[in-house]
Design a protein around this ligand. Structure first.
Ligand code: PLP
Length: 371
């Protein structure tokens, strides 16, 4: 007979998911109610307001897609890209490549701006390509590249998109809650994020937001949105607000209790305080790693505090070391991805996994295991 599953106790310091706070776990254990129950709908409205706070936006179309970050990504592209549309896609790691896939699958033409993995998106290269075309529909880029630990200049890139009359589509899966992100001030038109990184809610939900400009583009589409589930017009019947809610899909009720609690915790801490906490513990981790003789893999000016890429020293057996951390300390750190596989570790300090205790545990475990 198969028995109940009890996961081992872990400390999550990889690229996500991060440790889910006990308050969030206990919120998720509350009784399931109907997804059209007035009490649940009241909670949905609160989630929307809390997301607007976390994203710094007044966009009415701000909601959590009932599926992971990849679905939020697809929601942005499937609604905004039409066949033949030229979209500038910046790639400096794994996730820019997925944006390209999305553009092409929806019939768009991806004009690629490539930068080396471990460096930021070059604003100059983007400007150059914008100057060469007068019919660009959108600029898409990843704010915080989780595959490398690099932060790109979202503010400057979105300003460029505005200057050249195109929309901006931003991947903020790893940035939301960990570093400065200001949807309205920066003029972001479409953004998707994830719940399992710096929000420390359970994985499987993707906050998205669309600006007025993005909604105009969607309303002027010549072709039908080629996805039923992610068509924003249909989702809005359920999430749109007002007394009348139409059934669209059965929301992940308990997971949304968890997201609500995680967002309440962020609100209680304060958004800027959360950014400062990430910066503070990042500095402590960096100092400890460097004191141990390890080197950060990303230049200081574009380093993400919540995702620390560390160069694996010569002669270290990477899978063996990570296994030892897991077995001896219950500690998960991330492996390198793609071209960085075997070259770096990715140490996450995200949300509830960004505390002094996490920094001390990680340094102690690494030091003892590297000996
Ligand atoms: N974009 C970035 C930058 C990510 O880090 C991730 C996940 O790690 C995704 C998109 C995809 O999110 P999910 O795994 O929730 O589908």
């Amino acid at each position: 007979m198969i028995k109940s599953f009890h996961p081992p106790l872990r400390t999550l310091m990889g690229p996500g998911p991060s440790d889910v706070h006990p308050r969030v776990l206990s919120a998720m254990a509350r009784p399931t109610i109907g997804h059209l129950d007035p009490a649940f709908i009241g909670m949905m409205d609160e989630i929307k307001h809390l997301l607007q706070y976390a994203l710094r936006t007044e966009n009415p179309l701000t909601l959590p897609v009932s599926a992971p970050g990849s679905a939020g990504m697809e929601a942005c592209f499937v609604n905004l890209v039409e066949p033949g549309d030229k979209i500038i896609v910046c790639q400096n790691g794994v996730f820019g490549g997925r944006m390209k896939e999305n553009v092409e699958r929806f019939g768009g033409v991806a004009l690629m701006v490539e930068d080396a993995w471990g460096t930021a998106v070059s604003v100059d290269k983007v400007r150059h390509i914008m100057q060469q075309h007068d019919d660009i529909k959108a600029l898409a880029f990843v704010h915080a590249e989780t595959s490398t630990g690099v932060c790109s200049d979202a503010r400057a890139l979105c300003r460029l998109a505005r200057d050249y009359g195109c929309l901006s589509i931003v991947d903020a899966v790893t940035s939301l809650g960990g570093i400065e992100l200001d949807v309205d001030q920066w003029g972001i038109d479409a953004l998707y994020s994830g719940t399992q990184k710096c929000l420390s809610a359970p994985p499987g939900i993707s906050p998205v937001t669309f600006s007025e400009r993005a909604l105009i583009k969607i309303s002027q589409r010549q072709t039908r949105v080629p996805s039923w589930f992610l068509d924003k017009n249909l989702v809005m019947g359920y999430w749109g607000g007002g007394a009348k809610r139409a059934y669209h899909h059965t929301a992940p009720v308990n997971a949304l209790y968890g997201l609500h609690e995680a967002l309440v915790m962020l609100q209680d801490e304060g958004l800027e305080q959360a950014w400062q906490r990430h910066a503070l513990h990042h500095r402590a981790l960096r100092d400890g790693l460097e004191a141990m003789g390890l080197q950060m893999a990303v230049a200081a000016d574009v380093r993400l505090p919540q995702l620390n890429s560390v160069t694996i020293p010569e002669g270290i057996d990477d899978p063996r070391l990570r296994n030892a951390l897991l077995e001896r300390y219950g500690l998960e750190i991330g492996a390198g991805l793609g071209v960085l596989a075997g070259k770096v570790w990715r140490i996450g300090l995200m949300g509830s996994s960004c505390t002094q205790r996490h920094v001390m545990l990680c340094l102690d475990a690494l030091e003892n295991t590297l000996l």
